[in-house]
Design a binder for this molecule. Structure first.
Ligand SMILES: [Zn+2]
Ligand SMILES: [Zn+2]
Length: 131
């Protein structure tokens, strides 16, 4: 039997549950993630069949590109979800998970697009082939 993790936005109007195991956290430094979060985005993920929304009254999806959309709480602004339109997997922000997450950062992607005001942290490693 797998572990169940729950998560919520800052105001509690969006709640979700996921069935583990969760993918290790990947930090994305692409320009879309930096614009949306104000810094960079950390995300873990599960296959869509292991994800369920429990409360979504203020959840909004923003179609950020031709291939993916980003879910956030329209009441409090929490950055929560990223999903490809192909339906393969859903990513979510580990900061919205209830503790303990049991997670660790595995690596950083799109490092070439990072902001010029910080260095990519050295924990983990740069995932080969992810930019
Ligand atoms: Zn909220
Ligand atoms: Zn990104």
């Amino acid at each position: 039997m797998s572990e169940i993790h729950t998560g919520a936005c800052l105001c509690g109007a969006v709640r979700y549950a996921v069935e583990g195991p969760l993918r290790p956290v990947v930090v994305c430094h692409c320009s879309q993630c930096r614009r949306q979060t104000g810094h960079y985005l950390a995300a873990t993920s599960v296959p869509p069949e292991r994800f369920s929304l429990q409360k979504d009254e203020s959840l909004r999806w923003y179609r950020a590109s031709d291939t993916a959309e980003r879910g956030f709480c329209s009441a409090c602004g929490s950055v929560m979800f990223w999903r490809p339109l192909s339906g393969h997997g859903i990513s979510f922000t580990p900061g919205t998970l209830d503790a303990p997450t049991g997670l660790a950062i595995e690596g950083h992607i799109f490092c070439a697009d990072k902001g010029d005001y910080y260095d990519v942290p050295r924990e983990g490693y740069q995932r080969a082939g992810w930019g």
